[in-house]
Design a protein around this ligand. Structure first.
Ligand code: HAM
Length: 436
């Protein structure tokens, strides 16, 4: 039997409601913050990720899914969404929009060849957002607020926002020198991977998962202590804006992030919820002011974040949310000959009007049809047999009461709509699924 590939997951029908909730909330919050969606390809030229995420990062070094296409070009399944958005903004000249900054969000599968565990997969989903074309520190705070607001909308309240600054080019150069000087006599204390990283890109030593709690790394210089005057002003303003918004955050001097493109503000939000296990970071992001130019685009400062959707689902598991059983509007119980009577016509008319209607395809007994109906959780049973067919009516029985009324077939749709809207007070209803 062929099985799914390690680190991938089927999303089954009984799990899909939670995904829809995550996606719907994402679109609602994106709308409130006035972001538009962008969709980019799932695979790109490998070079894009080498030049953006960085040659020496774990992602590019060990985790990308690379393949040669039939024309011998090297392609990579996207390990993250930012690089594709940057490529697309440059290629489609979206930056010529007079209404900068661009505020874009994206959602979809990403691929990293990591060791699978709870909250870490080889195919996973990200919801990401990017603001492109503004250097304002208000934008940094806006992006962090967007991420925090989304978590609040999902009722994930047990969160820690950690922020730090890597500074501009000048700050990063100064920091790099200090880090090199510090690591040179100490690098022998660290693992083999760290020794390789030290030679290739010393900043990446700070990502080490093996030595992250070692005295050597704990005592290493911190980027925040090497900020240029401009970078310091920028970060101070971000902090002032976060304070004004009223977000709780901590400054985490050790936060550097695992991708090479960051400058200035970086942030992560994690949660102590038990269901997350070791992978407690729900979202990570930061500013990347030099990436557009390094990919031959214009000088466009930008900042963004990406959530791991599977981790959001794990977080939601911990929150004692009442299971909402999906509901349909009507289950049509047919007691006569479906090919002779009008049942298919009636069902179709109700569906065309937007009502969710289901029925039995197997010519089951009355009892079995009721049983099947109850599994679907309808608001109404519609009962239709030879007697009703003769009279041109349908028997409508709400599932939450003993009443039953005969309704003429031509009045049936309007009758059901009236009943559905009466109970919810929803005035704009055309039989939408909100009417439950
Ligand atoms: P990242 O920190 O590599 O950043 O990933 C962001 C989030 O994706 C993580 O915090 C985590 O929730 C989720 N994630 C990453 N890898 C996996 C995995 N193997 N399985 C499950 N979830 C995972 C980025 O990707 C940047 N592009 C974020 C960004 C956008 N920075 C600026 N703009």
């Amino acid at each position: 039997m062929i099985r799914k590939i390690k680190g991938t997951q089927d999303i089954l029908p009984n799990e899909i409601e939670k995904w829809h909730e995550i996606e719907e909330t994402m679109r609602n919050v994106a709308k409130i913050f006035n972001f538009s969606e962008i969709r980019t390809p799932i695979f790109e030229a490998s070079e894009l990720f080498h030049r953006s995420v960085g040659e020496t990062t774990d992602i590019v070094k060990k985790e990308t899914y690379d393949f040669k296409d039939r024309g011998s070009r090297m392609n990579t399944l996207r390990p993250e969404g930012t690089a594709g958005v940057v490529r697309s903004v440059i290629e489609n000249k979206l930056y010529t929009d007079p209404n900068l900054p661009l505020k874009l969000y994206y959602y979809g599968p990403m691929f990293r060849y990591e060791r699978p565990q709870k909250g870490r997969q080889r195919q996973f989903h990200q919801f990401g957002a990017e603001i492109i074309g503004s250097n304002s520190s208000l934008v940094d705070a806006e992006v962090i607020n967007f991420a925090a607001t989304y978590l609040k909308a999902l009722k994930i309240n047990d969160i820690n926002i950690r922020v730090n600054s890597l500074g501009d080019r000048e700050s990063k150069d100064r920091y790099q020198l200090a880090l090199n000087e510090y690591l040179e006599p100490n690098i022998h204390n660290l693992c083999e991977d760290c020794n390789r990283r030290y030679k290739e890109n010393p900043l990446r030593v700070l990502d080490c998962k093996v030595d992250k709690d070692s005295e050597t790394l704990k005592n290493a210089p911190k980027p925040l202590d090497y900020l240029s005057d401009n970078a310091k002003v920028h970060f101070d303003q971000v902090i002032m804006a976060l304070d004004q918004i009223g977000l709780n955050y901590t400054i985490d001097k050790n936060l550097v992030r695992g991708l090479d493109y960051y400058t200035h503000t970086v942030f992560e939000i994690d949660s102590d919820l038990e269901t997350l296990g070791a992978q407690s970071t729900l979202v990570g992001g930061g500013r990347y002011n030099n990436l557009y130019q390094s990919l031959e685009g214009p000088d466009l400062p930008a900042i963004g974040f990406a959530f791991g959707v599977e981790r959001l689902l794990l977080a939601l598991e911990a929150i004692n949310q009442e299971e909402v059983k999906p509901q349909i509007h009507c289950y049509f119980i047919n007691l006569g000959d479906v090919f002779e009577n009008e049942s298919l016509k009636i069902i179709n008319q109700l569906r065309r009007g937007g009502l969710i209607v289901d029925y039995d395809y197997f010519n089951k007994s009355l009892k079995a049809q009721f049983k099947q109906a109850d599994r679907m959780n309808p608001r109404f049973y519609l009962i239709y047999g030879d007697e009703e067919a003769k009279k041109g009516v349908v028997n409508v029985k709400p599932t939450n009461s003993k009443d039953q009324v005969e309704v003429r077939i031509e009045d049936l749709y309007q009758y059901l709509i009236n009943q559905l809207t009466q109970n919810t007070g929803c005035s704009s209803c055309e039989g939408c699924s909100g009417c439950h």
